[in-house]
Design a binder for this molecule. Structure first.
Ligand SMILES: C[S@@+](CC[C@H](N)C(=O)[O-])C[C@H]1O[C@@H](n2cnc3c(N)ncnc32)[C@H](O)[C@@H]1O
Length: 233
């Protein structure tokens, strides 16, 4: 496995708070992980054998309780999803929802997305990447923890497939500015906003999650970004 998993000094985009697992989350983790979970390994995933078919491959990064992943996966049974989340209570909830809805097109990883991208995601394999309401780390001294940074975008460019798309949403203006500056300075990223403004209209398929609802209650705006890729750069 590559460096990142071993290096204790690495800056993570989350703080590991295990929190309390409810009995239903614990049940799901004990009983359904084997069926839907993907453990961290040093090898690239064999997507065809993981999903038992070929299909468009979607990464949903930092899914929380997975409501948005679940909704998209139900509407697009033809897609294969990998939901990545570090906190186990959310994973327990998503496992229960996958079972309840008999879904076979969502797998879950319980590791830092950086490790998963570096070690397990095959080159040019991902058709869409969703990063919705990633923690904004608003305090100046914490901004180095922001998930959307040069390292992540570098990995995304390696793993995205031809004609792939990156969708991002945030309710923090300062994080939105950071994302715009980062992505617009990278010649490989093509802002797909039709009117050449830096944000895109909200995709009709992006449902309102708990995190977005909280932002709206606080009178925050929401910024959506959609990028294509110039893979020749
Ligand atoms: C604010 S929540 C948003 C959840 C969900 N996307 C939504 O819109 O409701 C951000 C999530 O990203 C997860 N996260 C943060 N850094 C991560 C990382 N490096 N790898 C995987 N998950 C991460 C956090 O645990 C948290 O659940």
């Amino acid at each position: 496995m590559k460096e990142n998993t071993k290096n204790k000094n690495i800056i993570r985009s989350y703080v590991k708070r295990e929190g309390r697992l409810t009995s239903s989350q614990r049940y799901a983790l004990n009983n359904y992980w084997k069926k839907h979970g993907v453990n961290l390994s040093a090898e690239n995933l064999d997507l065809k054998s993981l999903y038992k078919r070929r299909g468009p491959f979607i990464l949903d990064i930092g899914v929380g309780t997975g409501d948005s992943t679940l909704n998209h996966a139900q509407k697009h049974p033809e897609n294969n999803y990998l939901a990545i989340e570090v906190h186990r209570p959310g994973i327990g909830q998503l496992l229960n929802k996958i079972e309840l809805n008999n879904l076979t097109n969502i797998k879950i990883s319980n590791h830092d997305v950086i490790d998963v991208l570096q070690n397990q995601i095959p080159y040019r394999s991902v058709n869409q990447i969703f990063i919705f309401f990633s923690d904004p780390w608003p305090k100046m001294k914490h901004q180095k923890r922001r998930l959307i940074n040069k390292q992540l975008i570098g990995l995304v460019k390696e793993k995205i497939a031809l004609h792939g798309r990156l969708h991002i949403a945030t309710d923090w203006q300062d994080y939105a500015n950071h994302i715009r500056n980062l992505c617009s300075s990278d010649p490989a990223l093509i802002n797909l906003s039709a009117n050449k403004l830096y944000t895109s209209p909200r995709p009709v398929w992006r449902i309102e999650t708990r995190y977005e609802a909280r932002g709206l209650r606080l009178n925050h705006n929401v910024w959506d970004f959609c990028y294509g890729f110039n893979l020749n750069v």
